[in-house]
Write a new protein. Structure first.
Length: 494
């Protein structure tokens, strides 16, 4: 197809569990590409493997996609001209396509092994198979030699069977991939793979092609794990007499240790990032960087900027690793760009979970606390990791106070701070007035920089470093600030 034709992409997960970053990335690229071209993004559920389906997984998939902002134009809950969008409801479509392939001689019934040789997948061990150099048993095609009349008679007699594709036995199957160029597979390496199981369920390779044809999918953008399936699917498109879609196989995502990123290797479900308070736009941005590069070499992009910049030509074939630190770096940039009010609302649920006194913060004190911490946050939930600056553990405070009270110069600074801050009334207590008072105290004590701020920080937060101290004091309030300073103003007794 040409780029002037309608662009239609799809994401086709199986309801076998929650989505994680490794598989949701394909949805991100399909959605961005469809939006870039003003096309359609289709959601299709591959739920025919009943034994692997998990109760509630479909609802979880839909919830994850909606939260990430990957709204679909056609699919479950939305409908569309190619409904239904669950494979389990598309049996008639598969049977019709199968009948056409059998009639054309491109597929045939296979009665070997009692019609049960397909139990483990698309390429099945069967009686009379031969061991190949790759170490798996290849079907020898004995039922392919049956006459159409004999095969039809055995089917009509109710004999158990599967239906296999009549793959070419000579030549080369060439598939053109946008990311990897021409991929050539000797036809002899393509088995007569199963299209329809003995129980009437279509196999993956058959159903996905029939669905892509029926739904007019123009671009198949998916992970490189499907490369081995692509020659079979290309042959099926040809046998059905329709043009092949544009194939683009994304680089494989590895875990930080270099293994395949998957649920089995500890990939966190998308719902966990949502629970942590990550911004959806930050995740979409980060996932877009796994295998794609912006022509302007930007790494922090808004969703609109990604839609404008995305192209298949800038996808790379090399494996890419999930980097949680890079994700967090991108996430901090997105969160920092939010208005303060949005950050305040984002952290509220986590402050409520933290309990007193944080669940009681409101108004200006809440805004001061959030403003002090926001540059440290990659997700709203991370606010919980920094609350110790306002309410440090008792042991830590006792240790810090001993350190200050044993230092005469530090006590002099604390005395000057108490005088200057006590002069600020409750009504006037603000980050600006507090900051001014702290500077005045430094002038009175003849210190500045570290000599001024280290005793102050230790006295109120138990730490030598941390967020804007004026905002910490503002959040604590005048009374609590002076109480903490007063606690270290006397010489240590031990």
């Amino acid at each position: 197809m040409t780029m002037t034709d309608s662009v239609r992409t799809r994401f086709a997960p199986s309801p076998t569990g929650r989505l994680h970053l490794g598989n949701i990335r394909a949805a991100v690229f399909n959605w961005l590409f469809a939006r870039h071209h003003g096309g359609a993004f289709v959601l299709r559920l591959e739920d025919t493997d009943v034994g692997r389906n998990v109760a509630g997984a479909e609802a979880g998939v839909l919830e994850d996609l909606r939260w990430l902002g990957l709204t679909w134009d056609e699919g479950p809950g939305v409908g569309g001209p190619h409904a239904p969008y669950r494979q389990s409801e598309r049996g008639a479509t598969y049977r019709d396509a199968l009948a056409r392939l059998v009639e054309a001689g491109a597929a045939y019934p296979c009665f070997c092994d009692g019609g049960a040789g397909e139990a483990s997948g698309d390429d099945e061990d069967a009686e009379g198979g031969e061991e190949t150099g790759a170490g798996w048993r290849r079907y020898d095609g004995r039922c392919r030699g049956l006459t159409p009349a004999e095969a039809r008679a055995r089917v009509e007699a109710g004999e158990a069977h599967v239906v296999r594709f009549a793959a070419p036995r000579e030549g080369v199957v060439t598939v053109r991939d946008v990311v990897r160029g021409a991929i050539e597979t000797p036809a002899a390496d393509v088995d007569d793979f199963v299209l329809m199981r003995g129980d009437g369920r279509p196999t993956y390779n058959f159903a996905v092609v029939v669905d892509d044809v029926d739904m007019a999918i123009s671009h198949v953008i998916r992970g490189s794990g499907h490369l081995s399936n692509t020659p079979k699917q290309a042959l099926l498109f040809d046998a059905l007499g329709v043009p092949r879609p544009v194939f683009a196989h994304l680089a494989q995502v590895l875990d930080p240790a270099g293994g395949k990123l998957s649920k089995r290797t500890g990939a966190r479900p998308l719902s966990a990032y949502r629970a942590d308070g990550f911004l959806p736009d930050a995740l979409v941005n980060y996932l877009s960087l796994l295998g794609w590069s912006d022509p302007q070499e930007r790494e922090v992009l808004t969703r609109d900027e990604l839609v404008e910049a995305i192209s298949l030509e800038r996808l790379g074939p090399s494996d890419t690793a999930y980097d949680p630190e890079k994700l967090r770096w991108v996430a901090t940039r997105h969160l920092a760009a939010l208005p303060l009010e949005a950050v305040v609302e984002g952290v509220r649920p986590y402050l409520r979970e933290a309990g007193p006194p944080f669940d009681g913060w409101s108004g200006a004190e809440l805004e001061s606390a959030v403003e002090a911490l926001r540059s440290r946050l990659g997700a709203f939930g991370e606010v919980r990791e920094h609350l110790h600056f306002f309410e440090p553990p008792a042991e830590r405070m006792a240790e810090a106070r001993r350190a200050v009270s044993r230092d005469p110069e530090a006590r002099t600074v604390i005395d000057a701070l108490m005088d200057a801050l006590a002069a600020v009334s409750d009504d006037a207590w603000s980050p600006e007035t507090v900051k001014t008072a702290v500077k005045e105290a430094g002038t009175a004590a003849g210190v500045r920089g570290k000599a001024l701020y280290t005793p102050l920080r230790l006295a109120v937060s138990g730490e030598e470093h941390g967020p804007d101290v004026a905002r910490i004091l503002h959040t604590l309030g005048r009374t609590r600030t002076l109480d903490r300073l007063r606690a270290v103003s006397m010489p240590a007794s031990n």
